[in-house]
Design a protein around this ligand. Structure first.
Ligand SMILES: O=P(O)(O)OC[C@H]1O[C@H](OP(=O)(O)OP(=O)(O)O)[C@H](O)[C@@H]1O
Ligand SMILES: Nc1nc2[nH]cnc2c(=O)[nH]1
Length: 563
């Protein structure tokens, strides 16, 4: 018998990618598919697979390549990539110019600009468009790890989805089950040139460090298979989360009252995972954007920890109140731009607690329990400021407990070293004195006085040294103590200044931080509490030099700013 004729099929990597795109192409009938192509191996391999499979499926397939304008020669690079994919037979091939914003992290800003640019050129194509992105299983594993590190909930650990509709546009990631090695092998087999983006090896990016340092270490320690295991976990998690979301949407539809309010009692009976989803769905459905978990937890506390709280303020000038056993959304009062309503306080360990507040009149009217006044009794002396205080964000006890925790952690980190504490006057004076006493290590103290606020409630942005250190800090282990990081301008300036004096080490411990107000990212190793973006006083913090002597941290009544 003569041997069967050898039919040379495509290289296994090329074949694998072609198979991977087929199911999605079946869903793309009647749409134009545009491959997002950077010129790197993943997207070139995807473009090549689609160039063969799309015509077979009767789907029109083109490409879009983005010029970020961030690297030298980026326009020429985009043009070369466009040429390459045109050569594969893709049509139309569009080049989009991205406008990368100056703020935000470089990765995030570039990504946002890229998506906006793709969205905008996709809008020039007639009919519905699907944008195919070449994320692989390895990208998925990195995304899951990044999500874990952020600690922002199961959705961010659940990774990227294969299909996502975004208005008229559909995003499609057909290669989520394929390894990065496969796309490289496919490009090699097809003789396609690929571009190595220098940013992909720059350790300044977290994703690069995960790829080059953390994942190989995990693979080694766990005996291999880590990336597929992470991707599998993400896929399973997505199924569970989708089911929970669907259940919550149905429950919201059943509970939502014609006036747009939600009854608290049936919500309280729901398990937290469902209840918070119902609340999130309710708020986002009502147009509240940028909702963060601290906000959601504070709204949740109106259901499960009801003690007569005032409105919980949310981004966008709205708040949630509980009245007559129902949650309602209302505009918040922000007189003169000074004090907003109470918002949630987030413990730096990720253990949120809701701000203490004076009893809401609505609570009394509804006959529901209300707490005692915040400025007497357990909060201690009000130093005669009582009528000026609006609500207490952090009690003396919470502050002192936090200082003990910080001091314990820092004593471990600095064991065997002598620490030079640098207190930033005047605000940090009480923090310095309590912290130094709580820290079980030999310490020395220095003070520096700077000011960027004067008697205003927002930073002038100009930092002035009012008093410099009394001595040289060369080779010292310097720990800067700050009362608050608001815009971050003061600290950013200070760290540059102190860093130039060659200390052996330089770290920061800040009692408070306002994540929503930060304008410049400053590396801060130790943080007590994350607080909402409200002007606060007490425990060293002043308004027009008053209130520093309060032992707790509070907001002032709006009238104080206008008088
Ligand atoms: O992050 P930022 O927006 O820069 O704000 C933080 C700074 O503002 C306050 O100082 P202020 O200038 O009010 O002086 P003071 O400490 O003497 O009150 C505070 O003590 C911080 O040093
Ligand atoms: N008193 C006071 N000073 C600040 N400096 C920066 N933010 C604040 C704040 O909220 N209160």
């Amino acid at each position: 018998m003569s041997p069967a004729p050898v039919v040379a099929g495509p290289h296994p990597a090329v074949a694998a990618l072609r198979v991977a795109v087929r199911p999605g192409l079946a869903r793309a009938a009647g749409r134009t598919v545009l491959v997002g192509c950077s010129g790197g191996a993943d997207s070139v391999a995807l473009a090549a697979a689609l160039a063969v499979e799309a015509p077979r499926a009767g789907v029109r397939c083109g490409a879009v390549t983005v010029d970020h304008g961030l690297q030298q020669g980026s326009a020429a690079r985009a043009a070369a990539t466009a040429e390459l994919v045109r050569g594969l037979g893709l049509d139309p091939v569009l080049v989009a110019r991205a406008e990368v914003a100056a703020d935000g992290g470089p990765e995030g800003a570039a990504r946002a600009a890229r998506l906006a640019a793709v969205r905008s050129v996709a809008g020039t194509v007639a009919g519905p468009v699907t944008v195919a992105l070449a994320h692989t299983l390895d990208d998925q594993a990195e995304t899951v790890l990044l999500g874990l590190g952020r600690g922002s909930g199961p959705r961010s650990v659940a990774g990227m989805v294969e299909h996502r509709d975004d208005g008229d546009l559909r995003w499609w990631r057909p290669l989520l089950a394929e390894r990065r090695g496969t796309t490289r092998a496919a490009c090699r087999a097809l003789g396609l040139p690929v571009w190595e983006d220098p940013w992909n090896t720059d350790p300044a990016y977290r994703r690069v460090r995960l790829r080059t340092e953390v994942l190989p270490l995990l693979e080694d320690a766990l005996g291999g298979g880590v990336a597929p295991a992470l991707a599998r976990t993400a896929a399973l998690l997505r199924e569970d989360l989708d089911a929970l979301d669907a259940l919550a949407a149905a429950r919201l539809a059943a509970l939502l009252e014609p006036a747009g309010t939600l009854p608290a009692a049936p919500l309280a009976d729901l398990p937290p995972a469902l209840r918070r989803r119902v609340l999130r769905g309710w708020l986002t459905g009502a147009g509240v954007a940028d909702l963060q978990s601290v906000h959601l937890l504070a709204v949740d506390a109106l259901v499960t920890g009801w003690r007569g709280q005032r409105a919980v303020s949310l981004p966008g000038g709205v708040g949630v109140v509980r009245r007559s056993g129902r949650l309602a959304l209302e505009p918040t009062r922000v007189p003169g731009g000074a004090a907003a309503r109470p918002g949630p306080v987030h413990d730096s360990r990720g253990d949120p607690s809701v701000s203490q507040s004076v009893p809401a009149p609505e609570a009394a009217a509804a006959g529901e329990p209300a707490p005692g006044s915040p400025v007497d009794g357990p909060l201690g002396p009000d130093h005669g400021y009582g009528p000026d205080i609006d609500h207490v964000l952090l009690t003396e006890e919470q502050i002192q407990q936090k200082i003990r925790e910080l001091a314990t952690r820092i004593a471990v980190d600095y064991a065997g070293r002598e620490v030079l504490l640098v207190g930033v006057l005047k605000g940090a004076v009480l923090f310095m004195s309590d912290f130094a006493r709580a820290l079980q290590l030999p310490t020395q103290m220095e003070f520096m006085a700077v000011s960027s606020y004067g008697s205003a409630t927002s930073s002038s942005g100009v930092v002035r040294i009012l008093k410099d250190l009394d001595r040289d800090i060369t080779d010292k282990h310097v720990l800067v103590l700050e009362d608050i990081i608001d815009s971050g301008l003061t600290l950013s300036w200070l760290l540059k200044n102190l860093g130039g004096r060659r200390p052996a080490s330089l770290e920061v411990c800040a009692l408070l931080r306002k994540p929503d107000a930060v304008k410049v990212d400053v590396p801060v190793k130790y943080i007590g509490f994350d607080i909402p973006n409200e002007f606060v006083v007490g425990y060293g913090l002043d308004y027009a030099e008053r209130y520093r002597d309060l032992p707790y941290i509070a907001t002032l009544r709006p009238e104080v700013y206008s008088s």
